[in-house]
Design a protein around this ligand. Structure first.
Ligand SMILES: Nc1ncnc2c1ncn2[C@@H]1O[C@H](COP(=O)(O)OP(=O)(O)OP(=O)(O)O)[C@@H](O)[C@H]1O
Length: 253
């Protein structure tokens, strides 16, 4: 196995007396899509927040390419290569669809710049932004103000922005939540494509088991903040501990 790009060691956060994520250790590898599942309140989103830097850990550590990034804030982690689709909070509602993607392309160009690089020309920036809009089937909405988009189109735009940032680690928190039935395949196909390129480390929090089955190379199960199973989908879904963890929440299995 290659070296992990992202790892957590005994990662823990307490909210008062409540331990929301409890000593979770896991390694995430390039070319592998890992889905994190678990009942409501299991700690999935909190674990994501700890990895992307939205929340500070109470104890334990997070490593990116072997570097301890536990004390780094979210912005620094993004610059280093952890990209996350943020459930619409990272969109600029008063700018057009194109402007939103262009800003992401521009920020990526800046991150990747070194003294020998040249600045992208305006037309290059637009060309790249158009490419990402095409990938998410939003080209025809390029001049629309983001505030006027449907919920599903906003989610697609979020994926375009994430792709444009070209992060090493891509995190999606329920990427198809709130989408209409005909919008879901576009986003799932895209995640399939990203996964088939085999170079990115992809993490997904997901409730819908058909989505989990169709995308997961590996499944991690959290229950009451603790990692209770970690392995290939067939193994994990049939394990007794998972059946037990889901008891009382059968609609998610
Ligand atoms: N900022 C916070 N302050 C206090 N408690 C919190 C905070 N964030 C999360 N929690 C608690 O931590 C636990 C885990 O929440 P989290 O949202 O991570 O679960 P989840 O597995 O993502 O759930 P869901 O599937 O419902 O989204 C819950 O009991 C939640 O109430």
């Amino acid at each position: 196995m290659t070296t992990p790009s992202l790892s957590t060691r005994d990662l823990t956060i307490r909210f008062g007396g409540h331990v929301a994520v409890n000593q979770v250790s896991a390694d995430f590898y390039p070319g592998t899509l890992t889905v994190i599942v678990g009942p409501n309140g299991a700690g999935k989103t909190t674990y994501f927040n700890l990895m992307s830097g939205q929340l500070p850990a109470t104890s334990g550590s997070v490593h990116l390419d072997g570097v301890d990034i536990t004390r780094y804030g979210a912005a620094k982690r993004t610059a280093l290569g952890i990209g996350r689709a943020f459930q619409l909070t990272n969109l600029f509602p008063n700018l057009s669809v194109m402007e939103n993607v262009r800003l992401a392309v521009q920020s990526r160009a800046r991150i990747g710049m070194n003294m020998w690089s040249v600045w992208f020309s305006h037309s290059e920036l637009i060309g790249r932004a158009e490419h990402y809009l095409e990938r998410v089937a939003l080209s025809d909405r390029r001049d629309t103000r983001v505030a006027a988009l449907s919920h599903g189109d906003k989610r697609k735009l979020e994926v375009a922005i994430l792709l444009a940032l070209e992060p090493e680690v891509m995190m999606f928190d329920e990427p198809t939540a709130g989408m209409s039935v005909d919008e879901v395949p576009v986003v799932l196909d895209l995640i399939h494509q990203v996964k088939s390129e085999r170079s990115k480390t992809v993490l997904l929090v997901e409730h819908k088991m058909d989505v989990v089955r169709s995308l997961a190379d590996r499944i991690i199960v959290l229950h009451n903040g603790t990692l209770v199973a970690d392995g290939n989908p067939a193994e994990v879904m049939s394990s007794a501990i998972v059946q037990e963890a889901y008891l009382g929440a059968p609609e998610h299995v």
